[in-house]
Design a protein around this ligand. Sequence first.
Ligand SMILES: Nc1ncnc2c1ncn2[C@@H]1O[C@H](COP(=O)(O)OP(=O)(O)O)[C@@H](O)[C@H]1O
Ligand SMILES: [Mg+2]
Length: 362
Amino acid sequence: MTVPQQVLRPHAEQDYADELTALRAADDRDRPPSWLMSPWAVVTYLLGGELRDGTVISPKYIGPKRLVEVAVATLATDRALLLLGVPGTAKTWVSEHLAAAISGDSTLMVQGTAGTAEEAIRYGWNYARLIAEGPTEQAMVSSPVMRAMADGKIARLEELTRIPADVQDTLITILSEKTLPVPELNTEVQARKGFNVIATANNRDRGVNELSSALRRRFNTVVLPLPDTPEAEVEIVSRRVQQLGAALELPAKDAELAEIRRVVTVFRELRSGRTEDGRTAVKSPSGTLSTAEAISVLTGGLALCAHFGDGVLRAHDVAAGILGAVVKDPTADRVVWTEYLETVVREREGWADFYRACRELT
Ligand SMILES: Nc1ncnc2c1ncn2[C@@H]1O[C@H](COP(=O)(O)OP(=O)(O)O)[C@@H](O)[C@H]1O
Ligand SMILES: [Mg+2]
């Protein structure tokens, strides 16, 4: 697959084409029908490792191995996979990489919103042709799910619970009968082996549109956790910041570990309501302060220091980003932030530069 040079964000299967090729070549285990590699190779692709020929597979997901194994094993059965978690826990990321590894195609994706209609999951019509020719196969516009069924690939459904409940139910027939009837053409699309669905949903959206129990029964749920140690979170953030910095052609010098640690510490303390030493209680702001947000604070900081500074990431390059991530509600969150600044940041050894940078902004 050739990737045009100017693409802002290549798909996983393009970005990691070399790793995927090496894995497929080294993989001599059984593959489920239509899978491009064995479940073992898929897990190795996600978690990273070294192949016998010395090829290094970079870790894409940092987290419990068992979770990834359960997710991959599920996809080899007739049950679909639901990735659940708070925002920024890599649900979308994992879903894209799973589809890339298993089907070599992560693009069969439906983005769920309150406005997602049945046609987005089943099929629609090209109305000009429909009127001119009547319902024909050429006038039909297939959905990503329909194409995945026809080709025996993985379809992805993002933010499933944002989709209105009656539209969600379209999936029931697809997942239980593995067929999509097309009454207008008096035909149906039967899913080929290898077809399955990965849906993602947000914990915090609970109550927006609950999954119906009929639909829930067709999914195995895997909950993606927040990183449980500061070290794990620092590793996730620095890896991604380096990759993103390279993609944006920002000069990431070893991605400035000290500043990354600081951002992660601030995020974790505010998220958990407690300082890392466990001694001081702090209030939590309304936002999620996810790992993903920490990544964008740091990429933003890198851009600032590259374009307007001397290229070295410093406290005042990340301060504005942190403030933006923490203060989502202009009154309540500002109080929380000021209190944290004055009681925790101000007293902390080695954080004077950060305290000053934040004070200048508040
Ligand atoms: N445990 C993790 N391992 C690797 N990357 C992670 C992890 N948690 C978060 N990320 C990073 O966070 C970013 C956002 O994740 P995303 O999949 O959009 O979150 P979600 O869909 O859960 O809201 C991704 O760039 C991903 O690399
Ligand atoms: Mg997502």
